[in-house]
Design a protein around this ligand. Sequence first.
Ligand code: M6R
Length: 614
Amino acid sequence: MCGIVAYYGPDEAYDFLIKGLQRLEYRGYDSAGIALLNGDLRVYKNKGKVAELEATAKGKNLSGNRGIGHTRWATHGEPNTVNAHPHLSQSGDIALIHNGIIENYATLKKVLIERGHEFKSDTDTEVLTHLIEEIKDKENVDLLEAVRLALNEVVGAYAIVILSKNDPNTLIAARKGSPLVVGISEQAGEFFLASDATPIVEYTKTVTYINDNEIVAIQDGEMTVKTIDNEAISPFIQELKISLDALEKGGYEHFMLKEIFEQPKSIYDSMRGRFDPQNLNFAMQSLTEYASKIKNLDRIIIVACGTSWHAGLVGEYLIEEFGRIPVEVEYASEFRYRNPIITEDDLVIAISQSGETADTLAALEMAKEKGATIYGICNVVGSSIPRMTHAGAYTHAGPEIGVASTKAFTAQVSVLTLLALGIADIRGKIARERLREVFAELDTIPQKVEELLQSCNEKCKEIAAAYVDAPNCLYLGRGYNFPVALEGALKLKEISYIHAEGYPAAEMKHGPIALIDENMPVVVIATKRNYYEKVLSNIQEVKARKGKIIAVVTEGDEKVSEIADHYIEIPDTEDCLTPLLATIPLQLLSYYIAVMRGCNVDQPRNLAKSVTVE
Ligand code: M6R
């Protein structure tokens, strides 16, 4: 993980670096640091957040029109000030920031120590600064060549940016496996670098995304790109589509709440222009292009992590129901390491909000090597997964800043719904009348989400107040509501630190029922069209053991609402579209419980938004 920013230009770097680090803080917030170059090379860093870095820097010399900044999610070495980036070389003349992991750092470090190098931190990153400096001095090459040669000795993943006191008109950056984007200003000789485009958009919309194994050199105000094998590259320059407003809290107390309330729009945007409910048409280019492949598919494998994996489970139910193709949903991290059977006839779908999750990327790389067609469902435009897939569909949910995924999930499920229907249509597995019904209902979902947000917000707050001190919580659902239960439990545990588990409702009697007593809240999704009577029996089983029931029910429900301790009504919809609605109150419930417990909902402890380490 980690966020990196850098500035090279005629102006002072400090403000851009601090603002940029604040925007990237979702990537890690264990420590933060900057280096500024203006004749001398000054490093300010500390444990904790960017706000603490600002306090550290206050009153110090902050001049410099070259600068680099870093916000860390610790991998090697505890999150303290010494291990915070930037790291300096042996002489202190080279400063470097890094996002990723240098896997062979221990071997390199041992050799460097034998040659007299002294290290201050426990990080893998510091090794790289020493290595670059040693190569520069020994081989008598310039900074760019020293970086290139050093990277040829490195095994692992990185996005790095380097400043050198002795090369004040040079800034070098490189990427392998961790994201890096360069913003090109209208002002000649001004460049902004960052892990993603959010720090840059305020300054310029013209960017280039750096590819794996490429090195960027900004020298004397000009940018060049080459590979680590020394081949010159013409960078692909593009215009950013994100707006600044999307990156602000817009009056909400937290990004998470803003993003929950954005769902009517994000769901709408994820489907906009992709289906025509009147004429029963699809406008998904990726489906049209791969129609013959889809017709002959034997199997689909979905790989993802966390919330995206839950969306994948909903996708499995959708594709099997409509497309009638067997679907396997795999944790990306496990899939890669169990020698799975993949053939050229497989379609492997990766789902990822960030498009940068290392486990998902690695799983995809393996599937691609084995000849499968790979398809991405991602939110962040230009991120690594969409750049390596054969085809895909962006979710268009807009920037998601809160670490807990909310609008990204519902947008993923919307896209998966269209994909499942599209596959069914291509394979002739869905009658026109049924397609018309599902399309018509899908079309109403953004409006229903809007109404639901208005109707359930206060109720969720009230229920949250009753369970703010609960040590545990169970979530139960059946069919399409089982992944919703998993997602509800993940949301609660990650932001409130309450232990929570999601289970298929019927599975409760095979073990978890032992946990139920008068102190156990059980959230049950008991909607009308999803095995209602069976779920009702499961609720009776909980009640018989004095468990507390918080039920999500369909509007007008009489039976469950009668026996539940609390209930939240959602609008009626098709069985297959229930996840798009039932998820909403669970997000709000987790949010309010976490806020009432005084937790940092946007930046929960130990987590980061983009998990770019395996
Ligand atoms: O960016 P991705 O969708 O690939 O991220 C996958 C998970 O790391 C992510 O969904 C994580 O579980 C969230 N914190 C959940 O809210």
